[in-house]
Design a protein around this ligand. Structure first.
Ligand SMILES: Nc1nc2c(ncn2[C@@H]2O[C@H](COP(=O)(O)OP(=O)(O)OP(=O)(O)O)[C@@H](O)[C@H]2O)c(=O)[nH]1
Length: 349
């Protein structure tokens, strides 16, 4: 299965919700000769497979929305635009982004008759345009070790993401060291050790409750001695006491800078896509307490809240380095804006 099909099948909840909404909006005052649109209540007899096939347009036709004469169409007017805005807001895109997307979609098209496939293609193009500038892999520097600080609330998928990234870097021939910086939670340290084993990467730990900055310093020393390419530092995610967490992260940074004034070279914020709009406030909070340089979005599989990525890209413009699409070690993929946009709105292959 191609990655696109995989992502699409995993984003179906988002796309089917959008799709149903779009169909309802167009059907509301559609201008069409299609029998199903004229009598939406009466279940239409299932068309035979060959008839259905015959109506299927080619790839380009579908992308451009030319789906045949019978596709229901609705004139794009203010009322329809408003419905589209509402639909996008309920798809977790947030108000500002939804307004921007619909305004761009409407430009030069008011008064035109649009079908669902056409609207989908336009939405996908607009979303891809917003996402394109943020789709950037994590930059790699010639620095040894390149220090990657990983931040995010507990449960966002930090441990899993560190494991997946470590495995990918190792597969690319890099040597990696992991520091289990959430020293206050024994279970978190144990989890990270398991992921380190899976990825074949050493995990440095410290006694429960000890100073994370001291562990970070030791890890930095080891990574330098070993000539490691990358040092990934896990951190605590307790937002309940923001001042403490801020101080803890600042201390880690101060300490590793004694060894390398440019460290950390990347500060990755791991966000759980299923939290929807909450992800936006997490970016705001973590940007205040750490110098966030990029995002990893986890749990994009099976969430109906993928729209939040569009809001994030539009609002903060932070690079999205990778997306998590499952719990296995290989379930971390580069972020592809076009595939994502098409999967999100349900554009057919
Ligand atoms: N479906 C899915 N689950 C994920 C993904 N990433 C992480 N998870 C799951 O999310 C849960 C939390 O992930 P962790 O990596 O432990 O999260 P954490 O941020 O380290 O959390 P703490 O260990 O509590 O600090 C685990 O059950 C993971 O298997 C993903 O991309 N998709």
């Amino acid at each position: 299965m191609s990655f696109f099909s995989k992502l699409k099948s995993r984003l179906t909840r988002s796309s089917s919700r959008l799709e149903e909404g779009l169909e309802a909006i167009v059907a509301e005052s559609a201008e069409t000769e299609a029998p199903e649109a004229a009598a939406p209540e009466a279940p239409a007899p299932a068309p035979s497979a060959p008839a259905e096939e015959a109506r299927k347009p080619g790839f380009l036709g579908r992308l451009l929305g030319r789906t045949g004469e019978e596709a229901p169409r609705r004139v794009l007017d203010d009322a329809m635009l408003e419905s589209l805005e509402e639909l996008l807001i309920t798809s977790d895109m947030g108000v500002d982004t939804a307004l921007r997307v619909t305004a761009n979609l409407a430009e030069g098209r008011m008064g035109r008759k649009l079908s669902v496939p056409e609207i989908k293609a336009l939405l996908a193009a607009e979303i891809a345009r917003i996402m394109e500038p943020v789709a950037r892999p994590m930059p790699l520097y010639a620095k040894r070790p390149q220090v990657v600080l990983v931040v995010g609330v507990n449960g966002s998928g930090k441990t899993t993401t560190i494991g997946k990234l470590a495995s990918q870097f190792r597969a690319a021939g890099k040597t990696v060291v992991i520091a289990a910086g959430d020293t206050f939670r024994a279970a978190a340290v144990e989890q990270l050790k398991v992921w380190g084993e899976r990825a074949g990467v050493p995990v440095l730990t410290a006694p429960e409750g000890s100073d994370p900055a001291s562990l970070a310093f030791d890890a930095m020393t080891k990574a330098q001695e070993d000539g490691a390419d990358l040092l990934m530092i896990d951190t605590a995610g307790r937002l309940q006491n923001r001042a403490d967490l801020m101080e803890e992260l600042a201390k880690i940074v101060r300490v590793i800078r004694k060894k390398d004034p440019d460290a950390p070279h990347n500060t990755l914020l791991v966000l759980d896509a299923t939290t929807g709009q909450n992800a936006l406030s997490q970016v705001e909070i973590f940007s205040k307490i750490a110098d966030v340089s990029g995002l990893v979005m986890t749990k994009l599989d099976g969430t109906a809240k993928g729209g939040v990525l569009v809001a994030l890209a539009d609002k903060f413009g932070l690079p999205i380095h990778a997306i998590g699409v499952g719990e296995q070690i290989d379930d971390l993929a580069p972020f592809d804006p076009e595939e994502f946009a098409r999967a999100l709105v349900g554009v057919e292959d």
